[in-house]
Design a protein around this ligand. Structure first.
Ligand code: Q9C
Ligand code: ZN
Length: 689
């Protein structure tokens, strides 16, 4: 079923999403027998595009024509000799093509591939142009051939020109972009991108990849976590090698929370490019991983508030046609702004993933203040040294491998459930004298106060008050949460006379139903009664400058920041290190974001928080603010409506005592919340795959 953005109430505040595709790029294929290349087929593109059309997503995008990249543009990342050599391929005989192909690794040429490679790079450039000129907010380019393996003077791994590397240089040159973040979630290491920007601090390259202690293609020493960049670019290359197959949603989200996102926010890019390969999804014969297609909705969502929302995703790999098409749809639907659903089984990262997280964090701690406190490298270097643990047994190993390959191809997984946006995106409960922001629906239940709710409210909260306004507001809030639970309204905000009372009132009502869980995020000081968390149906995370005594309840977590919520870097630390992992593991049915009076949190931080919290509870977030904070209504509504949050101005190093406080808390809570781990626990072991 398709749902147009017009189905949200009010005006569309977000700009659109570009989709760049041309059938021409399906018009080349492998012309001889080569087992290494047989998976790179034209159908990869057609099934992806057809799925977007079938799900009504293509229609919701702004369709933009491809163009050929010019010679000058290709030369931004390639040598003249190489370009001239590729230029000759359209005229070659089959025999010549085969021979030409032989000088490179795991790639094939075809008389039409040069044309397609120019279109693939040109598509990435069209996407960058559309985003940088403000024609759209973000977008995706569906291209063949892929790009991230191709090097300055060599084709490699199905790639001819390095589409994303060219796009990054082009964005800097043509649009004056200063910092580009490249996120490579393809399951192979984009060594071509790494080589291109190794010594360049203006481009931060992040890649996770199947590595298996250098046994997996392209078997490069420099794909390991300790390749951090060179010279001025030291610290701007982040590798997270996977040393086991079977990594799942928890493993991927754990790397985003504990490695990529804190660094990405500290880097503060002006543009995000994604090497969007989907061979990292379940069922892929190359990746052999277990992350489900819906995880890409989250990976996308988590990147969408960087760089003011300017995100360009460019297709790389993905060889299981079912998994590929589903993953592409999840990515595009998220770019369009539809609410995301909780990914399946977030039971915590496996031991091998934790080793990788640990190694990457410690390799980068000298470069990024958000990682300053990361644990030392394990004394025994766990990554590169046991290349051959199994001692001989080549035949055995080969059989194991075959078995594994077979089992991934036969893997079955449920199709991701349809994501249906509710008819109303954002509702606001506001005093009559406060104007309702554009795009929000003013919400009031004053006409038909539910007598049951009213009597409960009177009894519990408004015993002797006969304040009619309070009663109306609280009763509206409760009705609003009920609307959210029926998925009729996505999210909401309210200005109330007493945030604590409103919070208690919502908690009591929602957490009364046994299947509900409320994630309460309190920003700023103020007492939160401890009894609410006793049954686990409410998880309270409070971020403030108030020293609190150590909590003993798993569900009541208080984060103390010395400088309070005005300290952006401390806040970031708490958000990615604690709040997001907790939220993913808790899987709430409602998020209650409470702005305590006098919290001093900055608008940009507040909007980032509001935006990121929409990744939980299908986007069902209710924001409570004190009556006198009228100025917050606009920025809050904007985030709730899906507008990108403004970038956080350059971050300063967090206070050492804050870092330590967050770390101590994380350590203490790790036994209860597995997604908080960043090292292998000393005793007991994570699940092994
Ligand atoms: N078993 C991309 O995903 N190795 N390229 C194939 C076959 C080469 C992947 C071995 C894989 C290249 C863009
Ligand atoms: Zn790949």
């Amino acid at each position: 079923m398709s749902c147009s953005p017009r189905s949200w109430s009010g005006k569309i505040t977000t700009m659109g999403t570009a989709l760049i595709y041309d059938e021409e790029m399906t018009k080349y294929k492998l012309l001889w027998v080569d087992p290494a290349c047989k998976i790179e087929v034209p159908e990869r593109l057609t099934v992806s595009h057809e799925a977007l059309v079938r799900n009504g997503l293509a229609d919701r995008c702004v369709s933009i024509a491809v163009r050929e990249a010019t010679d000058a543009e290709i030369l931004l990342a390639h040598s003249e000799e190489y370009l001239e050599a590729v230029k000759k391929t359209p005229h070659m005989t089959l025999e010549d093509l085969k021979e030409f192909t032989l000088q490179y690794g795991d790639v094939y040429f075809h008389p039409n591939i040069y044309r397609c490679a120019k279109l693939a790079a040109g598509a990435a450039l069209q996407l960058v142009d559309s985003v940088m000129t403000g024609k759209v907010r973000n977008g995706m380019a569906l291209v063949r051939p892929p790009g991230h393996h191709s090097m300055r003077s060599a084709a490699n791994g199905f790639c001819v020109f390095n589409n994303v590397a060219i796009a990054a240089r082009y964005a800097k040159q043509k649009h004056g972009v200063q910092r580009v973040l490249i996120v490579d979630w393809d399951i192979h290491h984009g060594q071509g991108v790494q080589y291109c920007f190794e010594d360049d601090p203006s481009v931060l390259y992040f890649s996770w990849h199947r590595y298996e202690h250098q046994k997996f293609w392209p078997q490069l020493r420099e794909s390991d976590y300790d390749s951090v960049g060179k010279e001025k670019g030291a610290g701007f290359n982040i590798n997270v090698p996977w040393n086991k197959v079977g990594m799942d949603n928890s493993d991927y989200l754990s790397v985003f929370c504990h490695v990529l996102l804190p660094v990405a926010y500290e880097f503060c890019p002006d543009l995000v490019l994604v090497c969007a390969g989907f061979d990292s999804a379940i069922g892929d014969p190359e990746g052999e991983m277990c992350a489900t297609p819906d995880v890409f909705a989250h990976l996308t969502h988590l990147l969408m508030n960087l760089a003011g929302g300017k995100l360009c995703a460019v297709l790389e790999g993905g060889y299981n046609l079912t998994s590929l098409a589903q993953s592409v749809c999840q990515t595009v639907q998220t770019l369009l702004g539809d609410p995301v659903l909780q990914p399946a089984n977030l039971s915590g990262p496996c031991k091998s993933a934790l080793e990788s997280v640990h190694c990457s964090r410690s390799a980068h701690r000298q470069y990024w203040s958000c990682l300053k406190h990361a644990a030392d490298l394990p004394t025994v270097d766990i990554s590169t040294k046991h290349i051959r643990l199994s001692g001989g047994g080549e035949e055995e190993e080969r059989m194991e491998k075959e078995k594994a390959e077979k089992s991934t191809e036969e893997k079955v997984w449920a199709e991701p459930p349809k994501r249906v946006p509710p008819p109303v995106r954002c509702a606001a409960v506001l005093p009559d004298d406060v104007t309702c922001p554009d795009g929000c629906k003013r919400f009031s239940s004053s006409e038909d106060l539910d007598p049951l709710i009213v009597s409960k409210l009177r009894e519990n909260f408004l015993k002797d008050a006969d304040d009619c306004d309070d009663l109306t507001a609280l009763s509206s809030l409760i009705t609003l949460t009920e609307n959210m639970q029926r998925n009729e309204i996505c999210n909401g905000l309210a200005l109330v006379s007493d945030v604590t009372m409103a919070m208690m009132c919502v908690i009591q009502h929602v957490a009364a139903a046994p299947s509900n869980r409320v994630l309460v995020v309190c920003v700023g000081s103020g007492k939160v009664p401890s009894h609410v968390t006793e049954d686990g149906r409410t998880l309270v995370v409070q971020i403030s400058s108030e020293e609190t005594k150590e909590q003993t309840c798993k569900y009541h977590i208080s984060v103390t920041l010395k400088k309070g919520c005005s300290d952006t870097s401390g806040f970031i630390q708490a958000m990615f290190g604690l709040l997001l992992p907790l939220g993913y593991e808790y899987d709430p049915s409602l998020v209650l974001l409470v702005r305590m009076p006098g919290s001093k949190v900055r608008d940009s931080m507040w909007q980032q928080l509001t935006g990121l919290l929409q990744g939980f509870a299908q986007g069902h977030a209710l924001v409570l603010m004190q009556e006198d904070e009228k100025a917050c209504v606009g920025p809050t509504a904007s985030s709730l409506l899906g507008d990108p949050a403004p970038s956080l101005e350059s971050l300063q190093a967090p206070l050492p005592e804050d870092v330590e406080a967050v770390e101590r808390l994380r350590h203490r809570l790790q036994a209860d919340w597995k997604l908080l781990q960043t090292t292998v626990p000393e005793s007991g072991r994570g699940d092994e795959h």
